[in-house]
Ligand binder design. Sequence first.
Ligand SMILES: Cc1cc2nc3c(=O)[nH]c(=O)nc-3n(C[C@H](O)[C@H](O)[C@H](O)COP(=O)(O)OP(=O)(O)OC[C@H]3O[C@@H](n4cnc5c(N)ncnc54)[C@H](O)[C@@H]3O)c2cc1C
Length: 417
Amino acid sequence: MNRQYDVVVIGAGPAGLLAAGKAAKEGARVLVLEKMEKPARKLRITGKGRCNITSLKPLDEFLAEIKPEPRFLRDAFGEFFSNDIIELIESQGVDVVIERGQRVFPKSGKAWDVAEALIRWAKGLGVSIVCHATVTAINLTNNSISSVAYNANGEHLVQCGSVVLAAGGKSYPATGSTGEGYLLAEKCGHRITPLRPTLVGLESNPVYGGASGLILKNVNLSVFVDGKKVSQEFGELDIMPYGLSGAIVLRVSREVVDFLNDGRDVELEIDFKPALDHEKIDNRLLREIEGNPKMGMIDLARKLLPKQLAEIMLDELEIAFQKIVSRASSDDRKLIRLWLKEKRFRVTGYRPWNEAIVTAGGVSLKEVNPHTMESKLVKGLYFGGEVLDLDGATGGFNLQIAYSTGWLAGKSAAATR
Ligand SMILES: Cc1cc2nc3c(=O)[nH]c(=O)nc-3n(C[C@H](O)[C@H](O)[C@H](O)COP(=O)(O)OP(=O)(O)OC[C@H]3O[C@@H](n4cnc5c(N)ncnc54)[C@H](O)[C@@H]3O)c2cc1C
């Protein structure tokens, strides 16, 4: 057959770029089709514009951050892991720094630089990237890849030996990841496990609209399902107009979304002062009162919390702001202690796809060979990145899944020439 390309890669995100570059490195003629106006739109906004490139956690700890089947990644991580992506990015002139929690960022602080480095690397290996090209069909003959149809100012058909489907998930659709990859996979006979937004903010009751925008560091969060504690996280909490977000909420969001979808009752308990037990808080309150017996309760509350939260706490506890602290009863102090240590929020929902960082669910791993990333149903069809039923916690895990699965898919796709 007169093939124009050996490998066609669908999607120029991190998975697609790694697949394309690796396949080209192996000598394949590679075309990447990307529907947006430029490659790697999502990558450019990762990590609040700074891109948490990967994590330097050792393999076992790394795998523990991944759901639902981390073992599926053993070969992909064996082929290409965190040190490899760092080396690749640095080879393109982008230095990295390691921050708290073994998270890796570009030294420049610009996700854009990481995206450009990957594009430069792939193009340098001879990869062709066509933008404004939306893939509409993967065509098969006798259950093997024959061609890919795409729309780019008209309909086009490209003959190829293999395809890497790296079209991403469904979250942040404005970046191009609109879930089309799942439809393309489904048309090839693949099963898609239920898709859910994850790493997503949680809607709550109460909502602290007056404190929205507030970021609280070193907070403890416990998740209660039907009254039973199921997990706990420590770190940053963001107060949002709809409820709660921030690193600790994102980390628990995966299980919370599933519990909510199962109709379970979910509450989050916030400990605003995890370093102080009840006794220490009481001693602190008594010291403050003794030191300034004439101040109002609001001044006392402000010594423990930012202004907006201090006001919300006293409102909720129905304690007058101007009540003189020397008149505070032991009950008042107890109410304050309980609020600070055990404030409960009922979770009423989660934010929509356009605010979710990652998609949970995707192409069923049962139908993909973990040694090659090849479909077990269609010869010459490979998968890479978020389109697969894999997702990680915040901290650079999701991008590493994309690079590693993309790399292995590209290597295997090139070998089927
Ligand atoms: C706001 C935000 C911040 C994030 N921060 C981090 C972080 O700091 N660290 C981290 O590890 N992860 C982070 N992530 C997650 C990470 O960005 C994704 O998991 C990762 O980009 C997935 O890579 P991918 O290549 O599989 O898919 P994508 O990056 O989504 O790329 C898929 C590409 O396919 C293209 N495409 C889709 N359909 C078609 C079609 N039919 N034809 C042609 N092209 C198509 C899309 O336009 C897109 O360019 C963040 C995500 C978001 C939304």
